[in-house]
Design a protein around this ligand. Sequence first.
Ligand code: GSH
Length: 150
Amino acid sequence: MKLYDTRTAPNPRRVRVFLAEKGIEIPDVQQIDLGRLEQKGEEFSRINPVQRTPALELDDGTILTESIAICRYFEELQPSPPLMGTDAKSKALVEMWQRRIELHFLMPVAMAFRHTHPEAPLHRRRRIHDCRHHGTRCMRFHEASTDSPI
Ligand SMILES: N[C@@H](CCC(=O)N[C@@H](CS)C(=O)NCC(=O)O)C(=O)O
């Protein structure tokens, strides 16, 4: 198992905090330097075509991305201490706060950073370009890695 992490970024930090709370140590951790745009390099793009950290590579070669999916994986592997609820109500409450924080707090803060940066106009053009390509890249990756018609 290998974790692709970025010490300075909030989404990988969610996974690190989650692992620390669970008392799980991952011996193989590779740092991806976003400042040097390592996430966009060929090597990491093969791991995560969406070019974002964190990513978790399982021993069977499966790659999990999306911090919350990675947390969910560890929650199922090691349920104690429970961090995502234990019954219908507590699980729904955890999910509700995850969505609220991601959509109404993290995203606006991320957008403020992106769009008030002095290089924002350049960055914005790059993002629009990236967004157009991420969708197709994800679909191609999905088609190549599963038998699923969707
Ligand atoms: N929804 C994803 C978001 C991942 C994400 O945006 N990661 C940021 C670091 S916090 C990243 O890799 N950014 C690189 C970029 O925007 O090029 C998750 O929860 O893992």
